[in-house]
Design a protein around this ligand. Structure first.
Ligand SMILES: Cc1cc2nc3c(=O)[nH]c(=O)nc-3n(C[C@H](O)[C@H](O)[C@H](O)COP(=O)(O)O)c2cc1C
Length: 341
């Protein structure tokens, strides 16, 4: 990983420093770029909140070969981890790699490692076009995310996405706060529960499952599930849309309690290693998305870099499962944490 990170640091010069700890401090305010918005507090808080969660060691048991596999939204995964949707390699990461090569590295690397990658959306057009072309190339093994576009634009992109062969599709509703879309003259807005239901119905009509990304409040999670979301992602968009939010780990348990059983609970923000993955699962997540570390893995090492990063996550996850006595993912819960929020 050191070689991959060193290479990424060169290729992402001026956009990402590939810090020893990716915590939003050095890149605060760099949006476009890799940072969090304004003071970068929301990004930093994702990382610091997760750091506050501690795993309690438990060693008097017979778990030596835990099973980290999971089925999420009908997808069999080697572990409950996905690459978060990320778009805009040129204006966010310095353009050291073409958008299409980036998408292919993420989707291919995730597939090789037995998990799945999500793709991003935005302006310019090549962002979603590369995403849909990549998912088609990998025979539907990818989850496209589309922004909450107005008018007929969402449906138009939905039709294109459905042709990729994917079985699940997401919308990042929190893109309503994205400065990058505003700068390009294409801002999007929040949606009422009735509008959201129309979106969920459109997605279901194409035979796809629907993920709504950008939930931070238990009541919003209930509304999303009632409107037809099959899964929600607890996310503040990596701290890129609203400064001064809590960390996602802080709100996870309350949100999960409200919708457990009615929607699949996914989360992202500040997850860096396999120990963080287990913490999020213990706090109530069914699946964990990781964002920025996949950028350096893919840009610094291509498809192999992504596989290597996921191999590290898998080893850490298994190690933490042994040392907390979790024989499988379903066995992880608040009881393996010490003094969580
Ligand atoms: C450069 C960059 C671009 C992103 N583009 C998208 C996008 O197109 N769609 C989306 O839903 N989220 C996007 N995100 C948010 C990520 O999906 C994810 O929520 C966030 O990166 C998670 O935090 P982490 O990077 O700390 O793991 C982007 C994030 C970054 C850093």
């Amino acid at each position: 990983m050191k070689e991959i990170r060193d290479n990424a640091r060169k290729l992402m010069k001026g956009f990402c420093r590939v810090c020893p700890v990716c915590d939003g401090k050095a890149c605060a305010g760099e949006v476009p770029g890799m940072g969090g918005i304004n003071t970068g507090n929301a990004f930093k808080r994702n990382v610091s909140a997760l750091r506050e969660v501690t795993l309690n060691m438990r060693l008097l048991h017979d778990v030596t070969d835990p099973d980290p596999s999971s089925n999420v939204l009908g997808l069999d995964l080697a572990m409950p981890v996905m690459a978060a949707p990320i778009g805009g390699v040129s204006f966010n990461m310095g353009g050291g790699m073409e958008e299409q090569d980036y998408v292919d590295a993420i989707l291919g690397g995730c597939k090789d490692a037995g998990v799945i990658g999500c793709t991003g959306d935005g302006v310019p057009e090549f962002i979603y076009k590369s995403a849909f072309d990549g998912i088609t190339k990998f025979e539907g093994h990818g989850i496209p995310f589309i922004k909450p576009w107005e008018g007929g634009e969402f449906e138009e992109k939905l039709d294109m996405a459905a042709k990729t062969g994917c079985s699940v599709l997401g919308m990042d509703i929190d893109a309503a706060g994205l400065i990058t879309l505003r700068l390009m003259g294409r801002p999007v807005s929040p949606k009422s529960p009735a509008q959201l239901k129309e979106v969920a119905d459109m997605v279901h009509d194409r035979g796809l499952k629907f993920i709504l990304k950008g939930i931070m409040d238990p009541r919003e999670a209930v509304r999303a599930a009632e409107a037809g979301a099959d899964a929600i992602v607890i996310s503040n968009h990596g701290g890129r849309v609203l400064d001064h939010t809590p960390g996602t780990a802080e709100v996870l348990t309350d949100v999960a309690e409200e919708v457990k059983g009615s929607a699949i609970i996914m989360v992202d923000g500040g997850v860096r290693d396999g120990f963080d993955v287990l913490k999020m699962v213990a706090l109530g997540a069914d699946c964990v998305l990781i964002g920025r570390p996949f950028c350096y893995a893919a840009i610094g090492g291509g498809r192999d870099g992504v596989v290597k990063y996921l191999g590290t996550i898998m080893a850490q996850l298994k190690q933490s499962m042994v040392l907390t006595g979790c024989k499988d993912i379903a066995s992880a819960g608040l009881h393996i944490l010490y003094d969580a929020f």
